[in-house]
Design a protein around this ligand. Structure first.
Ligand code: ARG
Length: 573
């Protein structure tokens, strides 16, 4: 593709007698007009001709046989645009060669080499199960990590777990008292949730418990080693073990697990730095930063750095973490994949950076997202209890996937693994298929449908392509010289295959994995309808050869795209 683009730009520049930098290439608004378009405004201006006349003149110059003609490419003018159509046989061969050569790297680049992207994602709270917000953050954040890596960036995925705060006093006391009553080895997530909920209730209703909890938190904050710190450390480890089992299941890893507690020793220096900048005030005994000079909307909501009673806050810890991250990683971008309900929080943090006049403030971005709701747009709850545990949700969907597969394909090998991949694929795609700020509805039967806009639909399409290739190999088909002319009707698919790289880049720029989801849905739709009209196997060897090449390249592109989203491409299902 690059090859055509370069040749075209050079030829247009020569025909228009302008420098090559004046020549822009874009996708035509309507794919029927062509594969690539050159808007003629700049060129016309440079030559002092009206744009439509410029387009017509260039189209004539670049016609086959014209002085600037590019072999395999024809030009036509439509208004102020010069449109190009690449001959299908040439396009097919170039695109297939590129896909085969790049393999799993296709759609990627090295444009991010040497640059770091910090991605704060998942970040659940110790002793509590991941709630639906964490689920979305986990899935979105992991997809973004893969997307940026694909473009050559060094990604630093950080799990900013909630492991600090007064609630840990109560939890330590609850463990002291009731540890023997729950089975934390077998059920770490549920067992800890149980203790956590009991501790919350006891803090409210039992003054002695409350006092003990306050003392425990004070002890924890003192930084001293001893039984309290040991218990806190232990509870963190138990909780993390639970989260890690889920991450493993989803194929997700963080580079660093740095909870809020990690920044404890940096809180005082952070506060001092902000005080030294002269932007703090004392208001009713609390240390605050007024933000209205940099963001009018924050007039009533200054950033609180230290409460009257001396304790720091979530925001203080986040500021300490931001400074630390910038120092350690010198990030190009620092993304916080956190639900929209924390918009105010991140807006405040950015406003503090602005007040500090830190030039890297624009690199800090809140990558926000909407809610995950149940059918009928109600709050999503689990079957058994009020709190939805992510593992239960995955189990439920995987069980249903297993049932569907058993029904559709009872002889499938490794049906359990396939069901796991399909169930997870359904959940992941559902989270990534729409613009992230939109709410997502979780409807088990809908997300598992093999025909809708779903993960399983894409996995099924991939498996279908795999099956065609397997059959071809078994029949010894596809070894003849391809007759590329039969791909005349596959232009839109070829162009789409050629564009994966642009789509991945766009998804990274806007931190929007749904752009890849939409691309994959469109590709699958094109392929499935092309396939109905174009028999692949058992045709004349040249015909079968060309069509198989299209199938092979499409499978590869579909597989890469699914992989970026965190969905396993399946060979059979
Ligand atoms: N633990 C927080 C919560 O559950 C999310 C943390 C997001 N990351 C951050 N750096 N604030 O709400």
């Amino acid at each position: 593709m690059q090859h055509f683009a370069d040749a075209l730009r050079a030829a247009v520049a020569a025909a228009a007698e302008v420098g090559i930098d004046t020549v822009r290439l874009e996708a035509p608004r309507d794919e029927k007009q062509g594969d690539l378009a050159v808007p003629c405004f700049l060129l016309a201006k440079a030559r002092g001709i009206p744009p439509p006349a410029m387009a017509a003149k260039l189209a004539a110059a670049m016609a086959p046989g014209g002085p600037q003609a590019v072999a395999e490419v024809t030009a036509s003018a439509a208004g102020p645009y010069l449109n190009f159509r690449i001959a299908r046989p040439a396009l097919a061969q170039a695109v297939f060669a590129e896909i085969a050569a790049a393999g799993a790297r296709y759609g990627g680049s090295s444009e991010g080499a040497g640059k770091r992207i910090v991605i704060d994602f998942s970040s659940p709270n110790i002793a509590k199960p991941m709630h639906v917000g964490h689920i979305r953050s986990t899935i979105l954040g992991a997809a973004l990590t893969r997307i940026f890596s694909h473009l050559g960036y060094t990604t630093v995925g950080i799990n900013h777990i909630g492991d600090w705060g007064a609630q840990f006093g109560g939890l330590v006391v609850a463990i002291r008292r009731w540890r023997g009553e729950v089975d934390l080895e077998r059920e770490p997530v549920r067992g800890l949730l149980d203790l956590y909920q009991r501790s919350k209730a006891a803090v409210e209703s039992d003054p002695a418990f409350h006092e003990e909890a306050v003392a425990a938190y004070r002890e924890l904050e003192s930084g001293r080693e001893g039984p309290v710190r040991e218990t806190w450390r232990w509870v963190t480890a138990v909780s993390m073990r639970g989260f890690e089992a889920t991450y493993k299941r989803l194929g997700i890893e963080h580079d660093l697990v740095r909870g809020e507690s990690y920044y404890e020793n940096l809180l005082e220096p952070t506060i001092q730095r902000i005080v030294a900048a002269g932007i703090t005030e004392i208001s009713e005994g609390a240390l605050i930063v007024q933000l209205s000079t940099v963001d009018k909307g924050l007039k009533e909501t200054p950033c609180l750095l230290r409460q009257t009673n001396g304790t720091t806050l979530y925001a203080t810890r986040d500021l300490a973490a931001m400074f630390q991250r910038f120092e350690e990683f010198g990030f190009e971008r620092c993304l916080y994949v956190v639900g929209s309900e924390q918009r105010l929080h991140f807006r405040q943090l950015k406003a503090v950076l602005k007040r500090l006049e830190l030039p890297w403030e624009p690199r800090v971005e809140h990558v926000d997202f909407g809610l995950l709701l149940g059918p009928g747009r109600v709050k999503l709850a689990s079957r058994k209890g009020a709190v939805l545990v992510l593992d239960d949700l995955i189990d439920e969907v995987v069980d249903e996937a297993r049932r569907i597969i058993q029904e559709k394909n009872p002889d499938l090998a490794q049906a359990d693994q396939v069901a796991e991949a399909v169930g997870i694929g359904a959940i992941v795609f559902n989270d990534l298929k729409r613009e992230r700020v939109k709410d997502v509805v979780f409807d088990k039967s809908e997300i598992l449908s093999f025909e809708g806009e779903t993960g399983p639909y894409l996995q099924y399409t991939h498996a279908r392509l795999a099956s065609i290739l397997r059959k071809a190999a078994a029949n010894g088909e596809g070894t003849a010289e391809p007759d590329w002319s039969v791909l005349e009707n596959a232009g839109p698919i070829l162009m789409r295959l050629a564009r994966l790289g642009d789509v991945v880049r766009g998804a990274a720029v806007r931190a929007e994995p749904s752009e890849i989801s939409n691309y994959l849905l469109a590709l699958a739709r094109d392929l499935n309808s092309w396939y109905v009209e174009n028999r692949v196997l058992g045709e004349a060897p040249g015909v079968t050869g060309a069509r198989l090449a299209l199938i092979r390249a499409s499978k590869s592109v579909l597989g890469n795209g699914l992989g970026l989203l965190g969905i396993r491409p399946l060979e059979a299902m």
